[in-house]
Design a protein around this ligand. Structure first.
Ligand SMILES: Cc1cc2nc3c(=O)[nH]c(=O)nc-3n(C[C@H](O)[C@H](O)[C@H](O)COP(=O)(O)OP(=O)(O)OC[C@H]3O[C@@H](n4cnc5c(N)ncnc54)[C@H](O)[C@@H]3O)c2cc1C
Length: 417
């Protein structure tokens, strides 16, 4: 049993605190906001996308990015934010835009996804998470460009977990796709049964409640983590806005802010905010929302029914640490959504939100030990933090309990910025 402090109360911090408490450790959670999951975990796409994990960095993406940047309703925005960090991250991202690198990272993320799926099943039962709007409708990734679809369909193995579907088969599986211009914009799709959807915010809150009742949970400290106290190469305490917390180990799970907390220790974490938007639109009896979870590959837009709401999540904006709602981006999102699923929900009453994905250039998170004894990382989950949180949390719990990682962590550990 170790005395541990987890820094950050987003989905990564909450699941980590739970996994550590379950592994028999005494755990304290430090979160600066008055409530859990007010950062990137607040209103994300809700996809538990265990198999659709290919990172953004891939061969051909730099050329596609130019096309996207020229389209006013395109999924990508770039604005220099005046920092070296942005250029450094971009240069590293471009270096990862190679087919072989993408293939390797995808393989590692598939292993993490499969493990996370198993861990979620166990957690869901053990913590009796009955208020998280969980559904398992499968995921349909739709393609607008015939060339793009044909190339993906050719690589989709017959009899494997993914199924290539023609335009007509997509419309048969998800009839609401025909509501936008009869579905004529659609070239085809790839369907994966078993992919799930849930409400990430609700899950953080319910797991937070379960954690409060856990015999190994020491409590939740509402404070801002400021910096670490070290004795040689060992981290011995965390200084916070409400005093110092000593412990045997500290897990940095503060999303994007983890980089600023690690920097004074000489650890440069290659994290950059990829800003995204979401809409949560109420579904009434007159609406026809998609039942399967749909990803529009070209527009980088996801649609999922979460309870009585349609959650639409989209866009990758490299504009620095800025969570303001840009009215032009929201207008573009509304145009896309209304053209694609015109009858799915009441878009006039949709709640807009923007969040910052804590992304590494490769798209792979960083899990495990650091060169400083007593300091552990669970950071950089980018576009798939909800999906990977359950597996990442358990991996941290195994490592901190001096056991081997349940999956190979090659490519999933601390990498230099
Ligand atoms: C538009 C959008 C859609 C997305 N869709 C999906 C999806 O469909 N599926 C999926 O798997 N993922 C999705 N993601 C990604 C996912 O939301 C993130 O990867 C995940 O929420 C990151 O969790 P986190 O706990 O690392 O960060 P956060 O949720 O940001 O949590 C970090 C926490 O640390 C706290 N903190 C920071 N600094 C300090 C400090 N100094 N002291 C104390 N506390 C501190 C913050 O207040 C915050 O609560 C999406 C993200 C966005 C933006």
């Amino acid at each position: 049993m170790k005395q541990l402090v987890v820094i950050g109360g987003g989905v990564i911090g909450v699941t980590t605190a739970w996994a550590l408490a379950e592994a028999g450790h005494r755990v304290t959670l430090v979160e600066r906001e008055p409530a859990l999951a007010e950062g990137a975990s607040r209103a994300n796409g809700g996809q538990l996308s265990y198999r659709y994990v290919s990172p953004l960095a891939d061969a051909g993406v730099p050329m596609k990015a130019l096309r996207w940047l020229m389209d006013p309703d395109g999924p990508l925005r770039f604005k220099p934010d005046g920092s070296w960090a942005q250029w450094r991250w971009l240069a590293a991202f471009l270096a990862h835009c190679r087919a072989e690198v993408n293939r390797q990272t995808t393989e590692r993320l598939l292993a993490l996804g499969a493990y996370s799926q198993r861990c979620f099943g166990e957690l869901h039962q053990r913590a009796e998470l009955d208020a998280v709007a969980l559904r398992t409708p499968g995921k349909l990734v739709v393609y607008r460009r015939p060339g793009e679809f044909e190339s993906v369909a050719r690589r989709t193995l017959t009899g494997g977990p993914e199924q290539a579907l023609s335009q007509a088969e997509c419309l048969a599986l998800e009839p609401s796709l025909a509501d936008g211009r009869g579905g004529d914009w659609l070239a085809g799709g790839i369907f994966t049964a078993g992919e799930a959807v849930a409400d990430c915010h609700a899950l953080c809150l319910q797991l937070g409640d379960r954690l409060r009742d856990h015999p190994n949970f020491e409590g939740w400290v509402h404070a801002t983590a400021l910096d670490f106290v070290c004795d040689g190469d060992r981290v011995t305490a965390l200084r916070t806005s409400r005093g110092e917390l000593g412990a045997a180990g500290f897990v940095l799970a503060a999303g994007l802010q983890s980089a600023a907390l690690a920097a004074p220790l000489g650890l440069r974490l290659p994290l950059y905010p990829l800003k995204g938007y979401s809409l949560s639109a109420p579904i009434e009896a007159r609406h026809r929302p998609p039942q399967v979870s749909v990803t529009d590959f070209e527009r980088k837009t996801l649609y999922a029914r979460i309870g009585e709401q349609l959650r639409v999540a989209a866009m990758v904006d490299l504009v620095g640490e800025d969570t303001r709602l840009d009215p032009r981006r929201l207008a573009a999102l509304h145009r896309t959504v209304r053209a694609t699923f015109p009858n799915a929900a009441d878009y006039d009453r949709a709640l807009p939100w923007a969040g910052l994905r804590p992304a590494t250039p490769s798209g792979a998170p960083m899990l495990g030990a650091t060169p400083l004894r007593g300091l552990w990382l669970n950071v950089g989950h980018g576009a798939l933090g909800f999906t990977f949180s359950f597996g990442s949390a358990r991996i941290l719990a195994e490592l901190i309990s001096d056991r081997a990682s349940p999956i190979d962590l090659t490519g999933l550990q601390l990498r230099a910025a």
